[in-house]
Unconditional design. Structure first.
Ligand code: ATP
Length: 236
């Protein structure tokens, strides 16, 4: 459903992505992992239309995304949760969730029913519904960011480092929710810095280093043999 080919992008004279080929098939959970500064956030920013590539192709459901705005891209079903979650900390949980509904043009009834489903999926958000989002814990804020993104009705959701700053047990909860969402039909493209917890959820993994994909495969193909460590850390 997503096809990225020969993507080159950067900032001024710095080329952060040096010819990326990557795809996501409907129903998959695909991870992009790599060390600090590898280009992971740049990749998601470029796919979501926040950064204009200098060359290459991005196609989503057989349509080129060239020249499309981030809003148009999200409306077409490809949405991003950026690094740091970007929830509105001074607004309530309810108000944050309503922001997720802003891109929609369908009937209010359908929106209300989806909001209820989101609150069933993330019960903590129902409990804190009228509370200020900035007072939620890191894990709760991540759940809010995911719930808000889901209300935008993505077919493919991209998430930049969902585990950033979270305790290991909370990461497990966030990942369990992502697994459930994937099982209910949502495709995922997730960026993470560490490979530690991704094997259980990943359909496929790409290792990005210094702007290049240096390894790619299923968890079964990549586990054992030390290939993953070699690609990730650049051991020779
Ligand atoms: P991290 O895990 O630290 O977020 P990353 O893999 O997401 O790392 P990017 O943030 O995509 O890496 O950065 C790739 C390269 O682009 C790095 O060299 C970084 O310094 C540079 N870079 C990122 N954002 C900008 C920017 N806004 N302006 C200039 N250079 C940038």
């Amino acid at each position: 459903m997503l096809e990225v080919s020969q993507l080159i992008a950067g900032y001024g004279r710095l080329t952060a992505l040096k010819g990326i080929d990557l795809n996501v098939v409907q129903g998959e959970t695909v991870f992009v992992v790599g060390p600090n500064g590898a280009g992971k956030s740049t990749l998601l920013k470029t796919i979501s239309g926040l950064l204009k590539p200098s060359s290459g192709q991005i196609r989503f459901r057989d349509v080129s995304l060239q020249g499309k705005t981030p809003e148009q891209i999200c409306r077409s079903g490809l949405c991003l949760i950026p690094e740091g979650r970007h929830i509105f900390k001074s607004l309530t949980v309810a108000e944050n969730l309503r922001v997720g509904l802003l891109v929609r043009r369908d009937a209010k009834d359908a929106q209300h029913s989806d909001l209820e489903t989101a609150l069933d999926t993330f019960p903590i958000l129902r409990k804190r519904y009228h509370g200020i989002a900035g007072y939620l814990s890191g894990g709760e804020q991540q759940q809010l960011a995911i719930a808000r993104a889901i209300l935008q009705q993505p077919a493919l959701l991209m998430i930049d480092e969902p585990s950033l700053g979270l305790a290991p047990l909370v990461i497990d909860q966030v990942y369990a929710n992502l697994k459930r969402l994937n099982q209910s039909g949502l495709s995922l493209l997730i960026v993470e810095q560490s490979t530690g917890r991704i094997m259980d959820l990943a359909s496929r993994i790409y290792v990005l280093r210094n702007g290049n994909i240096v390894l790619h495969g299923t968890p079964a193909e990549l586990s054992g043999g030390g290939e993953l460590d070699e690609a990730y850390f650049g051991f020779t």
